[in-house]
Ligand binder design. Structure first.
Ligand SMILES: [Zn+2]
Ligand SMILES: [Zn+2]
Length: 687
């Protein structure tokens, strides 16, 4: 409803209004966050965590509130009135006439220039308030990753001359991408518009939300805002990339609000499979946009509170323009179980393990899971050793920041595990996805330096395979079983719960937020579609739901939602130190080499006469075992020689042509005798 949104914006105006009309976001560093919070939330009775709306305001009917505050009208001018203040106010030279009301700082605090315009608005529009909703300064949502895929989540939010980014994740390569280490979003749109970039907001510390950040920060710089743990994990990445100290990291608390240009971002506590996860409510001139990020509703979390449902409800009552919601588990009915459920299973399994050594594989970032393992280890008088690089890193970081509480004397070095009896040990390891280089896989392949799996091992895989990883996980389980170990995995026992909301939880958020427009996010098409259906079932108008793609520019003006264009988006592959230098041609070559192997034909030619001086020699790799195919190799040499001689006889001295002739003739022959198409690489040396 228009009035709700008006009331809401007014409110937002008061809260974020700085004392001066500064177009830029206030600057804050770790440790001075409170200053920032106070700065942008001067008015309400706030608690230490940030601002909280006074109850009375939240409960008051929106219409009443709207009428009583003249400032309200300033943010919803009629198109004609809209042009006026823009002309009067040379605040930003290039601002379009439409971009007027993003000056939500126009409150009673300041802004003499704006006052007359505002007063006029108030008068003119008082009678109009119940009329059809007015279009407002549009806000644009541009997803650059995370749609029709799992991974590399990234969304650009843009309004007038300001933009910011929510999340900057990576994806892992699929099996087609040979040799590729990771995949990041295409940043070119952000790079091209970097002077507009006011900040980067991160919802939580999973790789699919922060993994691309160091690559982005190499070409643009902007302050980063997130929770303490998320930034702690980001810090580690920046260090690896030599960026530490060059980027401003700002810690935020749930219910804090930061100002990013003409928009403000409010952080909301959610439950997920990593601590300190946040949703965001973006307050824009066009209305409120809520992005859930990854979330679930855990009423008995291991640490901290249940997701801040109250805040989602408050925003819903004020009127939410659009909701972008996690779709990962949208196809799953019911509720995701509490993380605590896993603890109950652990308790049973620790008893069942009796005098065996326990090895548990889990996601390194699932700190609550690790905490539970530690707690049961303490209870059952076992020591804990940690294996796997990412597990060691996260345990160290989370302990340092106080997210993981390990009693003194419990943690032992993996080098020293032989000093303990099997029933005195729990080993926490990476490799729950069967990743080939991970610690658990190495244990399974008898390739781990410190851990030799034997029938005295009780192994728990505390994760479910991410789609696509099932084969890898099964291979590891098979090998562990062959070594005589007992293996417990998800299908047998409740040793894992998801970090994402199932249908009933998604419906609850839809019911609380009551968005006008809905954009399913975070998932493949089948997940997005299911989430869209849920929204329809919850009363969202189907024509107000958009299943979109990365690179689409979605514009919301408070009245309509439409796709108004596209920007470059896609997958940028990272291989070693190279970013984006592996493209489709390189991949095609790698695939070709992997599938059919390589034949190199080396010939030395006299530069003057064009006669063959040496060779041709034929070298093959990954094609046939040469010793068993000597005849074929000899024949290949003959054909190559003939090809060169034919070229010379025809007066063809262009090397490119000679090479093509060799490729064609040798290729034809090899196809005839083997029905294979190796890559053929002719090399000509001039002597
Ligand atoms: Zn996540
Ligand atoms: Zn995610």
């Amino acid at each position: 409803m228009a009035n709700d949104q008006i009331g809401d914006l007014k409110d937002f105006t008061e809260k974020i209004a700085p004392k001066k009309a500064t177009p830029e976001a206030p600057v804050a560093r770790i440790g001075v966050q409170n200053d920032l919070t106070e700065h942008i939330a001067p008015k309400p009775k706030s608690n230490q965590r940030g601002y909280r709306r006074p109850r009375t305001t939240a409960k008051k009917p929106q219409t009443v509130e709207a009428v009583t505050h003249p400032a309200v009208d300033a943010v919803a001018p009629a198109p004609a009135a809209a042009a006026k203040p823009a002309a009067q106010k040379p605040k930003r030279q290039h601002s379009a006439p439409k971009k007027t009301q993003p000056q939500p700082n126009a409150t009673q605090a300041q802004g003499a220039v704006q006052q007359p315009a505002k007063a006029a608005d108030t008068k003119n529009k008082r009678g109009k308030r119940t009329a059809t909703p007015q279009k407002k300064t549009p806000v644009r949502i541009i997803p650059l990753g995370g749609l029709h895929e799992i991974g590399k989540n990234m969304t650009v939010i843009e309004c007038g001359n300001d933009m910011f980014i929510v999340d900057c994740g990576l994806a892992f390569p699929d099996e087609e991408m040979l040799g590729v280490d990771l995949v990041i979003p295409d940043f070119s749109y952000v790079e091209k518009n970097k002077e507009k970039l006011r900040g980067i907001v991160l919802t939580h510390g999973h790789e699919d939300h922060i993994g691309g950040l160091p690559f982005l920060l190499k070409s643009v710089n902007a302050p980063v805002y997130s929770s303490r743990l998320t930034l702690g994990l980001v810090e580690g990445k920046l260090k690896e990339h030599g960026l530490l100290g060059k980027v401003q990291l700002n810690v935020v608390q749930p219910r804090d609000t930061i100002k990013l240009g003409c928009m403000a971002v409010e952080f909301i506590h959610v439950n997920h499979s990593i601590p300190d996860a946040l949703a965001v409510a973006i307050h824009t001139p066009a209305g409120i946009i809520v992005m859930t990020g990854d979330f679930k509703i855990d009423s008995t979390p291991i640490e901290g509170d249940i997701i801040d449902l109250a805040r989602f409800g408050e925003l819903g009552n004020r009127g939410v323009l659009a909701l972008l919601m996690d779709s990962t588990n949208a196809a799953k009915p019911g509720m995701t179980m509490s993380e605590r459920k896993v603890g109950e299973s652990f308790s049973n399994l620790f008893q069942r393990a009796q005098d065996k050594r326990i090895i548990i594989a889990s996601f390194a970032s699932n700190i609550h899971r690790i905490q539970q393992i530690v707690d049961y280890a303490v209870k059952y008088k076992r020591k804990v050793a940690v294996s796997g690089r990412s597990m060691i890193n996260v345990v160290a970081k989370a302990t340092e920041l106080g997210y993981l509480k390990i009693p003194e004397g419990i943690l032992v070095e993996i080098e020293g595990i032989n000093r303990y009896r099997p029933d005195q040990l729990v080993i926490i390891t990476t490799g729950s996805q069967g990743e080939p280089m991970s610690a658990l896989t190495r244990m399974a392949m008898s390739d781990h330096r410190k851990v030799t799996v034997n029938p005295n091992d009780f192994i728990i895989i505390s994760a479910s395979p991410i789609p696509g990883n099932e084969k890898l996980v099964n291979r590891v389980i098979n090998e562990l079983l062959k070594l005589g170990a007992e293996v417990i995995y998800e299908k047998m026992y409740e040793v894992h719960v998801s970090g994402h909301a199932c249908q009933e939880e998604l419906k609850m958020i839809l019911g609380l937020v009551k968005p006008k427009f809905f954009i399913p996010a975070h998932g493949e098409y089948l997940h997005l579609k299911k989430n869209a259906d849920l929204a329809v079932a919850m009363g969202v108008d189907r024509k107000n739901i958009l299943i979109t793609e990365i690179g689409k520019v979605i514009e919301l003006d408070g009245v309509d939602m439409k796709v108004i264009g596209t920007v470059p988006a896609g997958r940028v592959m990272v291989d070693g130190l190279g970013v984006g230098d592996v493209g489709s041609i390189v991949l095609r070559d790698r695939k070709h080499l992997a599938e059919d192997g390589l034949i190199i034909v080396v010939t030395a030619i006299d530069g003057q006469t064009g006669e063959i001086v040496a060779g041709p020699d034929v070298v093959s790799r990954g094609f046939v075992y040469v010793r068993e195919a000597e005849d074929m190799m000899a024949q290949t040499r003959k054909i190559a020689k003939k090809a060169v001689e034919t070229c010379m006889a025809n007066n063809t001295h262009e090397w490119g042509n000679i090479k093509n002739k060799i490729k064609d003739d040798v290729g034809d022959y090899l196809w005839q005798v083997t029905k294979r198409t190796p890559m053929i690489l002719p090399v000509i040396q001039e002597i």
